[in-house]
Design a protein around this ligand. Structure first.
Ligand SMILES: [Mg+2]
Length: 352
């Protein structure tokens, strides 16, 4: 089989309705975007696709650098092509979300070629996994407690806070939520890299006292030493390596530094499935868990293929809470059954 054509078709990505916030200092939900569907076509008629919310940037990289690497190649040589994209990253400094897009489309293509769901090719491990409700940033402690009640009522098994990015206020919220839901509900906290070491320690101690399962990305992830210092000073387990560039390579250094109990993996920021599985297996060797970043179909396949993972991340963006369609009333997401990843063509609206 040979790749004969690669193209990016621009798509409308509608704005979230209602819009939502992230922590202070970060932009919230985006307006309508120019997204894209990447299509890799072969001489045997099998096609692989991947979706992006950054159609213009990906189109540019594809036109200047990547198409020539792909056309004429065997689409099942995923490892070779993944390394070609990483080699090109040396000059391009590709956005982390662009690094894995080709790989994701190739895994979709392979699933279709062999007529199995992509997770079966990765190595099927399970057929269902619990989802946690991953909140956006709400206005007050009272609103978060209300949202938490709704999430648990809707079946979610655990809750992760994205809060305001104010260490003292976020600590109060973390403790109030634990008091509200009791000890049996798994809770996590995501700092979205909003703190320095002093504030990260303060907040981490509060979350440790409240029995949080993990403390995610409190600081930017370019100083592993800072994370080492943090791990020495707090009891709450750290989840590390979510957004830093090249983390499929330097996750090993995060791990041997001793700061990690959980590491981040995922298709979006880790070089597609190939980078994500590499991280998951590295973590497993050290008896650490690799938690999947973000939801959607590609990450759902990853959850079904990684033994050392706990949850699927389901974003809760509104109050009243709406449970995403992939999650059932028991708070579970189930393995897809169709070939490939299963992106639906009817979800794809061409950009006019
Ligand atoms: Mg996060």
């Amino acid at each position: 089989m040979k790749i004969v054509e690669v193209r990016l078709e621009r798509l409308v990505v509608p704005a979230y309705s209602p819009p939502f916030r992230w922590r202070d200092g970060l932009p919230g939900s985006e307006p309508e975007l120019v997204g894209g569907v990447l299509r890799i076509l072969t001489d045997e008629g099998v096609e692989g696709i991947a979706l992006t919310q950054r159609g213009v940037i990906v189109e540019d990289v594809l036109d200047r650098r990547l198409r020539d690497e792909l056309v004429g190649a065997d689409p099942l040589d995923r490892e070779w092509l993944w390394h070609r994209v990483w080699e090109i990253d040396r000059l391009e400094e590709l956005p982390v979300y662009a690094l894995g897009l080709i790989d994701t489309a190739l895994w979709d293509l392979a699933g279709k070629a062999f007529e199995v769901p992509t997770y079966k090719l990765l190595g099927g491990y399970r057929s269902a996994i619990p989802a946690y409700a991953s909140t956006v940033t709400f206005a007050s402690i009272e609103e978060y407690l209300d949202v938490a009640d709704q999430c648990l009522e809707l079946g979610y098994r655990a809750i992760k806070l994205h809060a305001w990015g104010d260490a003292r206020r976020d600590a109060q919220l973390g403790e109030a939520l634990r008091a509200h839901v009791g000890d049996d509900v798994d809770l996590m906290y995501d700092g979205s890299a909003g703190f320095d070491l002093a504030d990260a320690v303060y907040l981490g101690r509060a979350l440790g006292g409240a029995g949080y399962r993990w403390y995610e990305e409190p600081m930017r992830e370019f100083s592993i030493s800072a994370y080492q210092r943090l791990a020495e000073r707090v009891d709450v387990p750290l989840l590390v390596g979510e957004t830093s560039d090249g983390v499929h390579m330097n996750m090993a250094d995060f791990i041997i530094s001793g700061c990690a109990t959980y590491v981040r993996t995922g298709t979006l920021y880790k070089g597609g499935f190939t980078g994500a599985m590499r991280i998951a297996h590295t973590a497993d060797s050290f008896r650490l868990r690799a938690e999947v970043h973000g939801g959607g179909l590609a990450n759902l396949h990853l959850c079904m293929a990684i033994p050392n993972t706990t949850y699927y991340e389901s974003l809760v963006t509104s109050n009243p809470v709406a449970r995403e369609p992939l999650v059932d009333s028991d708070g579970l997401v189930h393995a897809p059954t169709g070939p490939g990843i299963g992106f639906g063509e009817d979800e794809l609206t061409p950009y006019a």
